[in-house]
Design a protein around this ligand. Sequence first.
Ligand SMILES: Nc1ncnc2c1ncn2[C@@H]1O[C@H](COP(=O)(O)OP(=O)(O)O)[C@@H](O)[C@H]1O
Ligand SMILES: CSC[C@H]1O[C@H](OP(=O)(O)O)[C@H](O)[C@@H]1O
Length: 400
Amino acid sequence: MSSYIEFDAKKVIDYITNLGSFFDKDASLSCYEFGDGNLNLVFRVQDTQENSIIVKQALPYARCVGESWPLTLDRARIEASVLQRHGEICPDTTAKVLHHNTELALTVLEDLGHLRILRGELNQANTFTRLSKDVANYLAKTSFYHSSFYLTPSEKKALVTEFTNPELCAITEDLFFDDPYRDAERNNFPAALQPSVEMLRKNKALLVEVAKLKAQFLNAPETLLHGDVHTGSIFVDAKHTKLIDPEFGFFGPIGFDLGSFIGNLLLNYCAQHARINALPKRRNMQVYLLDCIATTLSSFYATWLELAKTHTRDLSLQADGYAEYFLTKVLQDAVGYCGCELIRRTIGLAHVADIDAIEDEDARLAVQQRALHLGELLIINANKCQTTDDVYQLIISFVN
Ligand SMILES: Nc1ncnc2c1ncn2[C@@H]1O[C@H](COP(=O)(O)OP(=O)(O)O)[C@@H](O)[C@H]1O
Ligand SMILES: CSC[C@H]1O[C@H](OP(=O)(O)O)[C@H](O)[C@@H]1O
């Protein structure tokens, strides 16, 4: 029988005190819940000496909807295990797991409260020079070392089983690839956007490309993905970049995380158009975001190719030219998934503050139309890209 119980602040303190690992024996602890994500509880536990830890607990349902949307507790195991595996490869860019209890679906994490969530920072027009290189390095290394280029077939198959995450994948499958393209109850957009949404849904070529992207998501266990690399899952400051929250992790197509990240930068790019009273700030941010995208792409590609040339263990995959062929497909997938992220964050269930916080209704609508159209163009044209520069030029041609 499961010993799961939902924790409150008092139970968290009792649990942490019993563990006896993180604070002085006689420390006076306080605790509060401050999660703002869609799914879980997040507590901060602190003593009076400025020491603190984070306790994250999964609920048996989705926090943002309530008990009417039951959800597996196993997501906490997946999240902790992805953080541990990715943390072994990229310790500097992955939140550190200090303790995990699978039965309680509870994980103790290092407190990253001295850093800031990237989405809020971009919305404040703050920029981070390390961001693109750090994210590219994280995505390239974690994806290479969990791919068939590096793992033996039996190692990989065992991990694919360990990281089978059907319920969380089903959420992505529905929210990314299904709901936006039909009349789904969970969709969320203003009536004024209906004509743009209908145009999108009538585009048969688009629907075929979305089908291909979904099929790839369902059928291509290329690597252990983070599964939800949006700008709300990245802590930053001038010297640090830390990824959190990989509960959607599973073995899927390498381009998915790369595309999700770039998609979130482009959502912010679109939202910047609402800054009509601060044109220099808007221009600076848009230049920064495009530069970030260019660096992420080139740095991801260069790091991955270098790893493939020097660390590929599979003999056949060492064939001259194969890594380049493989990476071209990864880039095309990334452009497609990027387009899906733009569309689903505009008209689907889960929105982004970048757009939703725009107060002026007309300005918000114009940004939503821009994001939808950009998503559509990217998905339809993704397969024209052969190189990272092609991807960048494609993006530039549609955003300007
Ligand atoms: N390790 C951490 N250190 C500090 N704050 C954190 C940490 N992990 C999460 N948080 C805070 O909790 C919020 C929700 O966390 P997140 O992992 O995104 O939850 P969910 O899984 O519900 O989306 C984050 O936006 C951040 O403010
Ligand atoms: C009901 S899940 C919707 C959405 O929320 C997740 O993000 P997060 O947990 O970081 O808030 C994920 O992007 C899902 O698609």
